[in-house]
Design a protein around this ligand. Structure first.
Ligand code: ADP
Ligand code: MG
Length: 632
């Protein structure tokens, strides 16, 4: 109750009552996300229906729980949330936290959003693609609905720009409450940042009597590695020091495991949370006094020329570094260990680049088309994507059959827009439903939705691992990596105990934790497709079915195909770039007239991963409109 924002509540209420649009700027920890919805609701508790968006689902769920706690109600009644695959709200919900993606989806179904009186866009400074898109939609909606109230909440940047976009809306500032956080830099750069992070955690755990530790690493792979290292260290842990409870936190983790980081661990253990930038803003993880910052994060980078995106590990910005540090001072003074030098820090970009400028915009463009925006170039973007990016994405949507010759959305496109998947994966699933190979394709799509399911063995172990995976390659009848993936999944399902599954995964360099999540994702996707779970989980696929499966993928990934040239190299159908089959692929060293791939990575050269063989006439069969147009 001693939050900085509490002192300002009367003024805020008055402003919210008067203004149609308000920009509220406040430092992290001032109480924006948890208190503002309550202030607005108190204006008219009977009638106010408030939606508060969050860029991440874990934040939406956690905030709903916190606010429900503060109001002494249970989640799902007065206070609720809606995130992908989970709805905890109802007719009586006056305060609803939801991801920006869910609000967009609601907008497609109910364009006036008449179920809400107030929309709050939180964390607007993060500039995610979806928040940016919502800003444009809401600007138009404000003209249609004079009774709608909009509040944009942001950390201390970009306020003037938000205000200008909404006809000079009023900007209010609240003072932050941040405890002092002492920061430390490395004297010299380190080679292995995961190793450095683990050593820093051990140092803190030995040197400081109390307080939990939050470590920021680039991605799941780094987090898994650090988890293993810390588990090993724990074996020889001195008796005097409190034991460690090591908890990973990344987007692909199932919800119940994500929520574990907010609980007190059992026994007298000390929490070590290993997180991606998912924990960078919005979240308060109780108990955290120490932050260890690797200075890295993963971003999706879109390669226009190839029509593909890939994840790259890159340095964070200064504003991310500040947010990460802030996590140590939410409840008491803290310390932040930056695993880079002070000079490196000064060289960081000040802000992250808005997502809309570096990502594939196919998905937002499909949403715009679905919402009836004909000319996406003329739309009132908060930040306009590059023209080149928009043209590439429109071409992609056309190739997927989501748009017709005139650029209008097709019935298939509408279905795709409503599935919570990237357009190309949605296209694959819808095709599979029609072709009668839905179950196998659902298996594979679920596997593809998880990062790093198959691990890359160390080069001197590669032959050994390849040999162990060989029976599954055989079982897939030479139809490539997508079907090998399914064979592995089917075998994994058939194994008995957890230990047996774990050992088998270790042997084959499969990520056990990731593999254990596949079933959950599949169930959720089935819910969206509204298909009943069928008991053909271990159905052995026939050669004809395997061909059907690949054709379904072709419907979604027609841009990701390459043809073999006489010199046996492959050139992409789109863009005519040279591409190599990755050594980890079951298709490595094999010859086929054409390939399809679902992953692209660039190291020293361009590699295709998740490769399957295709025949040239399949291309003609699946996407004639696309090929003919390209020839013309
Ligand atoms: P803001 O959105 O301005 O960053 P929040 O409203 O999320 O701030 O949180 C304000 C303060 O409330 C935090 O600094 C913390 O002290 C407390 N708080 C919020 N959520 C929790 C939680 N789940 N557990 C414990 N304390 C919390
Ligand atoms: Mg917040």
């Amino acid at each position: 109750m001693s939050l900085p924002i509490t002192a300002a509540q009367d003024v805020l209420r008055e402003k919210f009552a008067k203004n149609r649009v308000t920009i509220l700027v406040g430092e992290t920890g001032s109480g924006k996300s948890t208190q503002v919805p309550k202030f607005i609701r108190s204006l008219d508790p009977e009638h106010e229906r408030i939606a508060i968006t969050q860029p991440r689902r874990v934040a939406a769920i956690n905030l709903a729980r916190r606010v429900a706690d503060e109001m002494k109600v249970s989640v799902g009644k007065e206070v609720g949330y809606t995130v992908r695959f989970s709805n905890m709200s109802g007719a009586s919900t006056g305060i609803k936290f939801l991801t920006d993606g869910m609000l967009l989806r609601e907008l497609l179904v109910k364009p006036k959003l008449s179920q809400y009186t107030t929309i709050v866009l939180d964390e607007a400074h993060e500039r995610t693609l979806l928040t940016d898109l919502l800003m444009g939609f809401l600007k138009a909606l404000l003209r249609q609905r004079t009774d709608l109230r909009l509040v944009i909440m942001s950390a201390t940047i970009d306020a003037e720009r938000f205000s200008a976009f909404y006809d000079d809306a009023e900007v209010l500032y609240v003072q932050g409450r941040m405890y002092n956080v002492e920061r430390f830099y490395l004297p010299a750069p380190v080679e292995d940042v995961v190793d450095a992070a683990v050593r820093t955690v051990v140092q803190i755990a030995m040197g400081e009597k109390t307080g939990d530790i939050l470590v920021f690493l680039a991605g799941q792979e780094e987090i898994d590695k650090a988890t293993d290292m810390l588990t090993e260290v724990a074996q020889s842990w001195p008796k005097e020091a409190p034991e460690l409870a090591v908890l990973p936190l990344y987007a692909a983790l199932p919800q119940n495991q994500q929520m574990a980081v907010f609980e007190r661990p059992k026994g007298n253990r000390r929490k070590v949370v290993l997180a991606t930038n998912i924990a960078e803003t919005s979240l308060t993880i109780p108990g955290v006094r120490y932050v260890v910052d690797s200075g890295l994060h993963k971003v999706k980078v879109w390669w226009h020329d190839l029509g593909l995106d890939s994840l790259l590990v890159v340095p964070i910005s200064q504003s991310s570094a500040a947010q990460r540090m802030g996590r140590a001072g939410r409840e008491a003074p803290g310390k932040c260990y930056r695993l880079y030098t002070e000079q490196d820090y000064r060289n960081l970009k000040t802000q992250n680049e808005p997502e809309v400028l570096r990502c594939d915009v196919a998905s937002p463009l499909l949403v715009l088309k679905c919402a009836g925006v004909d000319n996406v170039f003329k739309w009132d973007w908060f930040e306009r994507p590059q023209k080149k990016a928009m043209v590439a994405s429109l071409t992609q949507l056309y190739a997927l059959g989501a748009l017709d010759n005139a650029g209008a959305i097709t019935p298939l496109g509408r279905k795709m827009a409503l599935l919570p998947l990237a357009p190309h994966l949605a296209a694959v699933l819808l095709k599979a439903q029609a072709a009668g190979v839905e179950d196998a394709v659902l298996d594979i799509v679920s596997c593809l939705s998880i990062e790093n399911l198959l691990m890359n063995p160390h080069p001197d172990k590669r032959d050994d691992v390849n040999e162990k995976r060989q029976p599954f390659v055989q079982a897939s009848a030479g139809m490539g990596d997508l079907l090998v993936l399914r064979e592995l999944l089917v075998f994994f399902r058939g194994l008995g105990s957890r230990d047996e599954k774990r050992d088998w995964c270790r042997d084959l360099y499969i990520n056990f934790r990731a593999m254990s999540n596949v079933e959950d994702i599949k169930r959720q996707l089935q819910g969206y497709l509204k298909t009943k779970a069928r008991a053909d989980n271990d159905h052995r696929i026939t050669a004809a079915e395997a061909e059907q499966v690949i054709k379904c993928f072709l419907a979604g990934f027609v841009c990701n195909t390459a043809l073999m040239l006489p010199d046996r190299s492959y050139k992409t159908v789109v863009g005519s770039q040279t591409i190599n089959i990755h050594p980890s692929s079951s298709m490595f060293g094999k010859r086929t007239e054409a390939i399809i791939y679902t992953e692209y990575i660039f190291t020293t050269k361009a590699y295709a991963r998740m490769v399957s063989p295709i025949q040239l006439d399949w291309l003609q069969e699946i996407a004639p409109h696309f090929l003919n147009r390209r020839e013309a």
